[in-house]
Design a protein around this ligand. Structure first.
Ligand SMILES: Nc1ncnc2c1ncn2[C@@H]1O[C@H](COP(=O)(O)OP(=O)(O)O)[C@@H](O)[C@H]1O
Ligand SMILES: [Mg+2]
Length: 157
């Protein structure tokens, strides 16, 4: 299993990792990705995604899509989608929102609470596991595809 592991000492470190992931995707992979984010409430999933979205070129606010399920960012040539499936009542809802259209070679999807998507979302290129570690956070980025492998290798480099 190819994975990168680190301690994130504060919120800034979590944001910085999101921004590093954005730089790797833009400069090294040049390809869309699907990322799952796992971790308890408050572990830093949205914070890390905020760093990613901003690293992909968004300069405004990043709000949590808790009630809307997805927040889209058109960051030409990239489409960045921040999903939070915490409040998804039924995976069928994803069918109604045209879930399949969200995933392609230029779209980057970061998905909080992916297990609530049932079988409706594609498999991940990499999984980000966040956990509490005293005042800090621990993070693991685990590769799940050839693309994810490349990304993890870049993180470790
Ligand atoms: N590395 C870190 N160390 C300590 N606190 C952090 C760290 N990263 C984020 N935080 C804080 O933890 C909280 C994470 O909230 P959020 O990102 O919304 O979590 P989640 O989306 O996983 O529920 C925020 O209050 C943020 O400031
Ligand atoms: Mg969140």
């Amino acid at each position: 299993m190819n994975q990168y592991q680190a301690t994130l000492v504060d919120e800034q470190a979590t944001i910085a990792l999101g921004s590093t992931l954005a730089n790797i995707i833009k400069n090294e992979l040049n390809h869309g990705v699907v990322a799952y984010l796992n971790g308890d409430l408050g572990a830093g999933k949205t914070t890390l995604t905020r760093g990613f979205v901003q690293g992909m070129g968004h300069s405004g606010h990043v709000k949590s899509p808790t009630y809307t399920l997805v927040e889209p960012y058109e960051l030409t040539p990239w489409q960045v989608y921040h999903f939070d499936l915490y409040r998804l009542a039924d995976p069928e809802e994803l069918e109604y929102m045209g879930i399949r259209d969200y995933f392609n070679e230029t779209s980057c999807s970061f998905i909080e609470w992916p297990e609530r998507g049932g079988g409706m979302i594609p498999s991940a290129d990499f999984i980000i596991n966040l956990s509490y570690c005293g005042e800090h956070r621990e993070v693991e980025v685990v590769a799940q595809s050839a693309l994810g492998d490349k990304l993890v290798n870049q993180l470790k480099a």
